[in-house]
Design a protein around this ligand. Structure first.
Ligand SMILES: *[C@@H]1O[C@H](CO)[C@@H](O)[C@H](O)[C@H]1NC(C)=O
Length: 395
């Protein structure tokens, strides 16, 4: 059949054309591209980690729109109010411009600064300072963890700053490079705080999470002896900390691993540790007490199921992470993180009680903490230009 012969000849011919085209393409484009990828420097040295399949969002984790009931306060008057504390109805927070703000009668005042200007963006952070965790102590003074400078006590009226722990002094030979959150005992003697990494600074948090570095630590600072003790090491992105209501243990969010660990600070279990919640539906940030005796945990990003979780996909493929960070900047990579806001309430034993969602982060975005006060949740954010307030009666 001549048609068949024609087709056969034609297809061999086109195969040849294809091979030649492909080969020249390979020589001209692909080989140099691979060469470049191999030669390019990669800022991270990723370690493989393994996850279980993320929990399916059902039961108390069932998706809803409850976080959209929140109202935005002080929009465009402040940026990145990561953590929030209150004395009466006066609110305090630390922002991206390195300031500790006092919010009273609907007005924002600058109470203190721990670093110095300019504060124009992430490259300035190390000198500008970045106040993260904030708490109120027994004498109604503020305690602040600054990512770059250390732990401070601040007078909420005069703004006087007393340094307690300096990041300049390495602890057990390792730097404090990314001080993150703190919690203190009711008598104010002990402060528990985290350093997310001894290598990466806050401005490079996406490199820390993608590298999965295991150099985060939990410390105890004694305000009488002025000693700092390492309680836990080897944490992958140690983040939010919260003492239990009876002060027998401290919870620590281990962000990269999507879990919360528990360290016993008193009682029979003193010095022991275990897992409080594993395989969470997102990467936990700050942990705060809830009025029902449990804990509010804000997720910095979610692990969708059903859906696709990029962090889970990449967890055991460090080579893909290398290629990504050879080719793209941190700012570009962050844009691929789905903007889904999730807040969960845990019981005192770590089971899920309920969850509030804002798929797409339409109202509450990039949440970092839920601080409960007077029937409302005040939602902090590591980058949004507002504080969200959610009336618990509405949800
Ligand atoms: C600790 O930080 C200092 C100052 O930033 C730096 O010079 C030093 O190399 C760091 N040490 C380690 C072990 O990384």
């Amino acid at each position: 059949d001549s048609n068949f012969l024609f087709l056969f000849c034609y297809s061999t011919y086109s195969n040849k054309v294809f091979s030649v085209t492909f080969l020249s393409l390979a020589v001209a484009v692909i080989i140099p591209l691979f060469g470049a990828i191999i030669l390019l420097k990669c800022p991270i040295d990723p370690q493989p980690i393994s996850f279980k399949e993320p929990p399916v969002l059902t039961g108390p984790l069932e998706p809803n729109f409850k976080l959209r009931q929140a109202e935005r306060l002080f929009e465009n008057q402040l940026v990145g109010p990561e953590s929030i504390a209150n004395i009466g109805d006066v609110l305090f927070t630390g922002t991206a411009d390195g300031k500790i703000l006092k919010i009273e009668n609907g007005e924002i005042h600058t109470l203190a600064r721990l670093g110095h200007g300019p504060c124009t963006g992430r490259e300035d952070e190390p000198t500008c300072g970045r106040p993260l965790g904030i708490r109120v102590g027994p004498k109604n003074t503020l305690f602040v963890a600054d990512a770059y400078y250390g732990i401070f006590e601040i007078n909420p009226v005069s703004g006087e700053v007393i340094p307690l722990v300096s990041s300049k002094t390495p602890i057990e030979g390792k730097n404090l490079s990314f001080i993150n959150d703190l919690t203190l005992t009711r008598d104010g003697r002990k402060i528990y705080f985290t350093d997310s990494s001894s290598k990466w600074h806050r401005k490079d948090y996406s490199l820390l999470i993608m590298e999965a570095s295991d150099d985060g630590r939990l410390f105890e600072y004694d305000r009488v002896t002025k000693e700092v003790k390492v309680l836990m090491g080897g944490l992958r992105f140690a983040n939010g900390v919260q003492l239990s209501p009876s002060e027998d243990f401290v919870l620590v969010a281990e962000t990269t691993m999507a879990r919360i660990r528990r360290y016993y600070v008193s009682g029979l279990m003193k010095g022991g540790e275990d897992m409080f919640v594993e395989n969470m539906p997102g990467f936990p940030d700050n942990i705060r007490l809830s009025s029902s005796g449990g804990y509010w945990v804000a997720m910095s990003a979610i692990r969708a199921n059903p859906g696709f979780s990029m962090m889970d996909f990449l967890s055991e493929k460090p080579w893909i992470k290398r290629i990504i960070f050879k080719l793209l900047s941190q700012e570009t990579v962050i844009k691929f993180v789905p903007k889904y806001s999730l807040l969960v309430e845990l019981s005192d034993t770590g089971s899920y009680r309920r969850s509030f969602h804002d798929p797409n982060g339409m109202v509450a975005s990039y949440i970092s903490e839920a601080h409960e006060h007077n029937g409302h949740l005040y939602l902090g954010s590591f980058r949004s230009p507002f504080i969200c307030r959610l009336n618990l009666k509405d949800v």
